[in-house]
Design a protein around this ligand. Structure first.
Ligand code: NDP
Length: 327
């Protein structure tokens, strides 16, 4: 039997954590031939520990044949020991009276600590996906605190934004979403993101421009505010769709995207005028074996450049606000 892959997850008690664990353990991430060793962060409070115990009882009761072991750890150094695939989902939610900069700092501390632990203990080939918000800047902080790991080990999740954009396009064209390709999202996972449908294909063919300017504008706004719409509708934030996007992101990264463009927020290589190292959503291709390539030659227009500049500047401001958390 193949050697189990060591997967570490923070925030296993949260809504996304609960939705993702069962999918990972069932084999949806690495396929039905790859056994899984699951490592979960226990936050060491009585409530948190009790809840995690219950989740682990449920995982056990699924009798997943691929789940060879499952362990809770109450410190990150043990959690990440030898980890090959890491989902950083746990983060502090924004509370009443807290502004974005308070949240940045509070969560920045979490990701600084986790970056250091990854640096010391994770596999040198680890693939780390940051989901906890503000995810781009949290990924930047973790990456900068892990100088012995390649920056290419780190990424942040914008796949949910891409999936949302693909779903809106499919609705507009009145077609199944499965054939929608070459939709991706630039920038920060925030309201400044830019979902780009200029190169849209359906079942491999270019789609004639059926979208008028008013629709395009409302589409961009709709994708950026979808998270808020979900909270309003279901009284809770996106959980299953976020977990699903995290699986999509990690699977494409590790196993390959089969020639399909996928959005990944990754350290910039300087393309499109984005400062090197800034964790920015780019259109990428994943050739497999945990590699990705930023697509560098997308044609740009002044309007698209202006949108990229807005989201880039927001990320630069975020990075400045937490500069002291990064060596
Ligand atoms: P929940 O509030 O349901 O869960 C948060 C989790 O974070 C809990 O498991 C909690 O642990 C854990 N946590 C809290 N503080 C810390 C800490 N100091 N260190 C480690 N873990 C901590 O949130 P969700 O699961 O709904 O969302 C998780 C994150 O994902 C949020 O930041 C959210 O904004 C973000 N998100 C990102 C998306 C994206 O597209 N990038 C999309 C949707 C959400 P415990 O319960 O044990 O206290």
């Amino acid at each position: 039997m193949t050697r189990p892959i060591r997967v570490a997850v923070t925030g296993p008690n949260g809504s996304i954590g609960y939705a993702i664990l069962f999918r990972i353990a069932s084999g949806e991430l690495f396929g039905k031939d790859r056994p899984i060793e699951l490592r979960l962060l226990d936050r060491n409070t009585p409530e948190s520990r009790a809840k995690l115990k219950g989740t682990m009882m449920e995982l056990s009761d699924c009798a997943f044949p691929l789940l060879t072991s499952m362990t809770a750890y109450n410190d990150e150094y043990s959690l990440f020991d030898g980890a090959e695939c890491v989902f950083l989902i746990g983060a502090q939610p924004r509370k009443d009276g807290m502004d974005r900069s308070d949240l940045l700092r509070l969560n920045g501390e979490i990701f600084r600590k986790q970056g250091k632990a990854l640096n010391d203990r994770a596999s040198r080939d680890v693939r780390v996906l940051v989901v906890g918000n503000p995810c781009n800047t949290n990924a930047l902080i973790a990456m900068r605190n892990a100088p012995d790991l390649s920056p290419e080990c780190f990424s942040a999740m914008m796949r949910l934004d891409q999936n949302r954009a693909m779903a809106r396009v499919a609705e507009k064209l009145n077609v199944p979403v499965g054939g929608v390709e070459q939709v991706f999202v630039w920038g920060n996972h925030s309201n400044t993101m830019y979902p780009d449908i200029r190169f849209l294909r359906y079942n491999g063919r270019r789609v004639d421009d059926q979208f008028d300017e008013a629709w395009k504008e409302s589409f961009i706004k709709n994708v950026a505010t979808r998270g808020g719409q979900i909270i309003k509708a279901r009284g809770a934030s996106s959980a299953a769709s976020a977990a699903s996007a995290a699986i999509d992101h990690m699977r494409d990264w590790i196993l390959g995207s089969q020639g399909k463009v996928c959005t990944m927020a990754v350290p910039s290589d300087g393309s499109y005028g984005i400062p090197r190292g800034l964790v920015f959503g780019f259109p990428c291709l994943c050739p497999g074996e945990g590699r990705y390539q930023i697509i560098r030659n997308m044609p740009m227009t002044p309007e698209v450049n202006a949108r990229l500049a807005t989201t880039r500047d927001e990320l630069i401001a975020e990075a400045r606000a937490v500069a002291d958390l990064m060596p």
